[in-house]
Design a protein around this ligand. Structure first.
Ligand code: ASP
Length: 308
């Protein structure tokens, strides 16, 4: 066993700047980093840490994950989540699930079960039932705020408009997907991401957050990544895996994050951001969107640091 300095970094989604509630977001980010850090300091695994951090944000109604998720074109909530540990590349993911308040815990159960990597919709729900993951009324995940946005959006619905920067039509990137990356004292890296997707998405659409290598990736000898932003662009560029390849080459977390986001914008034709940790526990993050809340904690920082 290699003793490592533990660390955790969390994000609350890339997107437009919020009109209000900055303090509330700051407090939630701090609480998420602290929840993950508590697991690491009690000797828990990095998987425990990222699951705890993401669960806290899934439960918070301001984030586009779990309760508070954006609504599909049909006015429903469909959730995507994935989780990975970097020693043996074990991973689990769920997509387009309804009626599960903490899809990250369902993804973790898929990881632990080990037979499959990705379960979707009804199959994921059946697996949840078989494994005792609590279900909820799907409508209980819909907040007044998101219902109101859906009503407003329906009034102005239409195909995304093409612009010079986004020839296929600018994506309506929401803010509030959540993710975490942690390194534990055993040197195991883990990463996790959870989202409600993009506002007004077609029912059945699956984004990067459910896809290993796109929204989430971890390899303990290199690092771990969680992405957020225009899912189709993140999928096109296999962004999480790409960011780790850049990290391996450059050995500089901030630089790797920045170059990966440049690739997302130029090759993927979308906006977004990512957080990462390298195998030593050094953090990095970058975003092409106006806003991406981030918080991190390590033994040298007495309490979580929050940045926007
Ligand atoms: N990447 C997520 C998706 O496309 C959304 C986001 O991060 O804001 O589903």
């Amino acid at each position: 066993m290699t003793a490592r300095v533990p660390a955790i970094i969390v994000h609350g989604g890339a997107g437009p700047s919020p009109a209000d509630g900055l303090e509330e977001l700051r407090a939630a980010m701090r609480a998420a980093a602290a929840a993950g850090w508590a697991r690491l300091s009690e000797g828990g695994t990095s998987l425990d840490a990222v699951e705890a951090a993401v669960r806290l944000l899934e439960d918070h109604p301001r984030f586009n994950a779990g309760r508070g998720a954006v609504l599909t074109a049909a006015g429903t909530v469909e959730l995507d989540a994935s989780i990975m540990e970097g020693d043996r590349l074990r991973c689990g993911a769920v997509a387009a699930v309804s009626g599960i308040a903490n899809p990250i815990s369902l993804a973790r159960r898929v990881l632990e079960d080990g037979r499959h990597v990705l379960l979707v919709a009804g199959g994921a729900l059946a697996f949840a039932r078989a494994h005792g993951i609590p279900e909820c009324d799907p409508d209980s995940l819909i907040t007044d705020r998101q219902r109101q946005r859906w009503i407003e959006r329906r009034g102005s619905a239409g195909a995304p408009q093409a612009t010079a920067a986004h020839p296929e039509g600018a994506r309506d990137v929401p803010r509030g997907t959540v993710g975490a990356v942690a390194l534990d004292a055993r040197g195991t890296m883990a990463a996790a991401t959870s989202t409600g997707g993009t506002p007004g998405q077609l029912p059945g659409r699956v984004g990067d957050s459910a896809l290993i290598g796109c929204g989430t990736y971890a390899e303990s000898t290199i690092g771990g990544v969680s992405c957020t932003g225009a899912g189709e662009a993140i999928i096109r560029t296999a962004l999480a895996y790409r960011a780790l390849a850049l990290l391996k080459d450059a050995d500089d977390p901030d630089y790797a994050a920045k170059v990966a986001v440049d690739v997302l914008v130029s090759d993927g034709r979308g906006d977004g951001g990512l957080i990462l940790l390298d195998w030593r526990g050094r953090g990095g993050f970058a975003s092409s969107s106006p806003f991406m809340p981030v918080a991190w904690q390590s033994p040298t920082l007495p309490s979580p640091v929050v940045g926007f």
